[in-house]
Every structure is written in C-alpha cells, then in structure tokens.
Design a protein. Sequence first.
Length: 244
Amino acid sequence: MQRALVTGAASGIGRAIAARLEADSAAVLAVDLEPDPDGPGEPFEADLTTREGNRAAVDTAIERFGGLDGVVANAGIQHVAPVEEFPEDKWDQLIALLLTSPFLLAKYAWGALREAEDARFIVIASAHAVVASPFKAGYVAAKHGVLGLVKTLALEGADDGVLTSAVCPGFVRTPLVEAQVADQARTHGVPEERVLEDVILAPHAVKRLIEPEEVAEVVAFMGGPGGRSFSGAAVPMDLGWSAR
C-alpha cells in the first residue's frame, strides 16, 4: 500500500499501523476524532460515526494522494455492561463506528481501490469477530457483523483486484483495553488490580497482552506482496484464544 487511509490513527493499534506503513514509504492519511498533529501520517479529523465523516476521510485521501491503494478500518470504542443495563445510545455508537463505518469507507473508496494496481481493504476485527465474551453485546455483535462484511467485499472485489481481509487480535496493550478495567471490575465483581489476570487475559492461552506493533506487522504483511493470497480471511493473532 503506497497510498493508505488508516482510521483510529492517533493512538494504539492505528497509530502503530500508520507508523509502520509510513516507515514502508507509504503516504498515510491518519484519521481520528482527535488527530495527533505530531503522530505518523497526515492528520485528518473526522467523526466516523457519521456518513459525512467517512466520506470526507475518503475524499481527502484521494485528493491528497491522487488515488488510494489501501484502507485500514481500525477505529474502535468499547462499552462493558450486562445486556439489561446496556445503554441504547452506546449500542448505536458501537454499531456506527465498528460496523457501519467500514461499510461506508468501502462504499466511498471502492472506485479508487478498483483503479489501483494492488488494492487492499483491511479491517481490524478483533478475536471478538469469531468468539464472544459476556457484557460486550454491542462490540461482539458489531465485530461478528463486520466479518460478514469482509467476506462479502472479498467476493465483490475478486474480479477487480481488491483484496479484503480481517485481522483478529486478542487483547492488545491499548488505551481501549486500559479503559475497560473499571467497568470489567464492576461487572465481574473483582478488584481492579485483578482484572488483567482474572478477566482480560483469562481467554488467552498465552498469558500476555499483544503489542500494537505486532498487529501493525501483520497489517503490513497483509498489505504487501505476501498478502496476495488472502481475501475473505479472518486472520487470528489471539495467543490461542480461539483454539478453545
């Protein structure tokens, strides 16, 4: 990917992906609700829970770079609560950002990707695209849904040279995971200092957090020559979680 759009690029996984692609000489539009002017890539502010935000991000990338070779849909949020207490506005927000935004990015970018020589559409989908956890109704539903979108886009892009896949990491050392600690402690009834070991890392066969740079390495591979055989794939990097 020589011209890429990366969402959620101000921190965590998205920042690591933007930095890795830029290090590989790609021009990167680093899209975020609160972009970091000192971060990797060219910062661009957009609210990806809206149609206007997604269209503006795609249009800006195409305008600045003269085309688009790749999209990495990474932006994410989380909310942890039992279903009967799950706020309906949080459900709407999760679906909008985790499922509708990748659809809109694909819809608006498809023409440019079709014109590229070796296009990629990559979604950071999480292990929660293939397994579930309690108290995460919105997140798990959206991630399962986005995997269906990935499979559909892979079929639609096959004749046009647009390869679409999902990268499915387990728990990654990011602000998103760190922000869950208090809610996880409350919903599971454990002290905050026990959340990492007793809740977050419990499904991992290998008991550690994944580093954002590890996810970026997989995305760089998927977006490069080595990834030309992958489309419609859900690529697990979950330290044995989904082996259970």
